[in-house]
Design a protein around this ligand. Structure first.
Ligand code: C2O
Length: 263
């Protein structure tokens, strides 16, 4: 059966390494979920490559993040709650509904791409709504576009090593980026995952036609819960995430640096 959306009311303590101070990362529980509806917008949000954004963009991004950080921690749109989402879904705070012995975990499985796409989808919309800019899009950290020729960094440095590399070596578990429960506390997480999100689309275009999304209902019907920009609790399904255009977003193609310009 497809993994059902977690029961927020049954959220428990996350499973953390023994030396991590006790951490609660359950969401605020105050409404029953509504079903997701695809956005009706016709224009797409365009996610820029981080290395090419201008000062106006950076100012906007800072402002949005600043407001998000200043929201009271019990507001589901607050940065604290946004970071907690990664902790709760990834460190076993939820059981799989109907399977009391099974913890919900969205990594190491087919749920990896869709869960993270949904996570960014709501995070981005919340940021946009906090600055009244419905077109606001998060940047993607373009780690697959290294300066020198040779093996691309998708090959050398895919998703997980990037997490470990950007975690703080002096912390016991390379917090924040290097461990699930804390990764969402670093705003870099979302730029990193915006690139993972972009990789999912690129992966489908690899010649040979072998890279196709799964068609099994176990995957397509799997669901998650997120709070949206209006604090509504929304139930989403994997099937609505497979085409990012339907979610109203795309990535700006990377472009070459102007000749002679050093970075
Ligand atoms: Cu949910 Cu990059 O991890």
């Amino acid at each position: 059966a497809a993994p059902a959306a977690p029961d927020f009311k049954a959220c428990g303590d996350p499973q953390l390494p023994a030396d991590v101070p006790s951490t609660v990362c359950c969401p605020p529980q105050y409404s029953s979920p509504i079903d997701f509806e695809l956005p009706s917008r016709t224009s797409l949000r365009v996610r820029p490559a981080a290395q090419f954004v201008d000062d106006t963009y950076i100012a906007k991004y800072k402002k949005a993040l600043g407001i998000m950080r200043s929201l009271p921690p019990e507001d589901p749109r607050s940065f604290t709650q946004q970071a907690n989402i990664h902790c709760a879904y990834c460190n076993g705070a939820y059981k799989q509904v109907g399977f009391p012995d099974l913890k919900l975990q969205v990594h190491n499985s087919w749920l990896f791409f869709p869960f993270h796409r949904w996570y960014l989808y709501f995070y981005e919309r919340i940021l946009g709504s906090l600055i009244d800019d419905p077109d606001f899009s998060i940047p993607y950290w373009n780690w697959d576009n290294p300066k020198d020729p040779g093996a691309g960094s998708v090959e050398n440095v895919p998703h997980t090593p990037v997490h470990l590399w950007t975690g703080d070596k002096r912390q016991p578990h390379r917090e924040n980026m290097g461990i699930f429960y804390a990764a969402g506390r670093d705003p870099l997480f979302y730029a990193h995952h915006a690139n993972v999100d972009r990789m999912w689309n690129i992966w489908k275009t690899v010649p040979g036609g072998k890279r196709r999304d799964f068609t099994k209902p176990d995957w397509l019907e799997a669901s998650f819960l997120f709070y949206d920009e209006n604090k509504n609790l929304v139930q989403v399904k994997v099937k609505d995430s497979v085409d990012s255009k339907k979610l109203g977003l795309k990535n700006k193609p990377k472009r070459r640096r102007p000749k002679g310009k050093k970075v």
